[in-house]
Design a protein around this ligand. Structure first.
Ligand code: NCD
Ligand code: ZN
Length: 347
């Protein structure tokens, strides 16, 4: 596909995005809703979405912002140690929840209510398996003696493999896969898929550790890793491998929570240019013909949802990404802000 000047692809979905709440929700949702038909919206709010009541309330807030747009939000239930199983099962059956999200305790933003011991969610996993609904996993094991770069590997070995073996038909999505070890796990196991972010395919730990300190705008969970991991992720995404699909993990934080000396929030906000970043990566890998599989086909197939009908155009056109997203008191640094991209979505 050399010298291609435009791409016409099936409208994408984003299978992992943070739309937050309040003013932040108002300003960031527009970036996701203008491109995607569906977004899997993460439930890690300050009060995590752990039951159908909170889910209905959150969806109502979102629907006010997206009224009139062809945009659907899919919400996974935030799993907690003491889940109301009856409510959970009913909400899955009624499609209030698309599946469930496993946050290990204290692994990332707003995960203090997360799971302390996987045995505590076995009953919930049985329900998911029985109903054919997916388990979305933040795959990191947090323990003092585990290096931050090895959290994914330890989680796979000590937790995920147990779940995989115990519930063989359960659909599992290892979200924001960040290492070659993670891609190997996805490739080697049935009913297992992975989402890949643009930043894990663009950054390595050298971009995170910068001039003897860390660059807070490249700080996310899981942290970006080695060149060999980046190469493995690019290989899986760009080869058309059905087990991998889009999930930007666009995760906005106000600049005051990023440019601070203590308690820097992890998360990279890429929604203003995420689809163009993926196009750039696939172009670099000479794989533009596989972009549609990754952005628009593999995800719905794994979720067992219809593939979108509409098409979008991405044209070859240089543009500079805005540096910030600003609204009322909010100021968020955009990933790739101020940098040049060679592809742009056209409406
Ligand atoms: C996310 C957030 O800020 O909510 N942060 C991140 O670094 N990715 C949470 C998450 O997906 O882990
Ligand atoms: Zn996330």
């Amino acid at each position: 596909m050399k010298n291609k000047t435009f791409l016409k692809i099936i409208q994408p979905d984003d299978w992992h995005v943070h739309l937050r709440e309040g003013d932040m929700m108002k300003v960031v949702t527009k970036f996701s809703s203008r491109i995607n038909n569906r977004c899997v919206v993460m439930p890690n709010l300050e009060t995590p979405i752990t039951n159908s009541y909170l889910a209905r309330q959150y969806k109502e807030h979102l629907s006010l912002i997206t009224a009139g747009l062809n945009f659907t939000t899919l919400l996974p239930c935030y799993l907690i140690d003491s889940l109301d199983l009856e409510d959970f099962k009913l909400a899955l059956k009624e499609d209030i929840f698309v599946g469930a999200k496993l946050y290990p305790i204290n692994a990332t933003t707003n995960s203090s209510f997360g799971i302390s011991k996987i045995d505590n969610i076995f009953s919930a996993l049985e329900i998911l398996e029985e109903l054919g609904k997916p388990l979305l996993v933040h795959g990191e094991k947090v323990r003092e003696d585990i290096n931050i770069f090895d959290r994914e590997k330890y989680f796979i070995d000590e937790e995920l493999q147990i779940i995989r073996n115990r519930y063989p038909s359960l659909k599992i999505i290892l979200e924001h896969v960040s290492s070659e070890y993670g891609t190997d796990f996805v490739n080697e196991n049935k009913n297992t898929a992975g989402t890949i972010t643009p930043h894990h395919m663009m950054l390595t730990k050298k971009d995170f550790f910068y001039e003897n300190s860390i660059n807070p705008h490249h700080y996310c969970m899981p942290v970006v890793k080695e060149e060999s991991d980046l190469i493995a992720l690019r290989r899986c995404a760009c080869s058309g491998n059905k087990k991998f699909f889009i999930g930007s993990d666009s995760a906005p934080h106000d600049i005051v929570n990023k440019e601070t000396t203590s308690d820097i929030k992890p998360g990279i906000f890429s929604a203003p240019c995420s689809i163009e970043l993926y196009a750039e990566i696939f172009n670099q890998e000479n794989a533009l013909e596989k972009l549609e599989n990754f952005t628009s086909i593999n995800g719905p197939e794994f979720y067992n949802l219809p593939i979108n009908q509409d098409k979008i155009y991405i044209v070859k056109k240089e543009w500079i990404v805005e540096e910030f997203t600003i609204f009322n008191d909010i100021k968020v640094k955009n990933f790739y802000g101020g940098e040049k991209l060679k592809w742009k979505i056209e409406f």
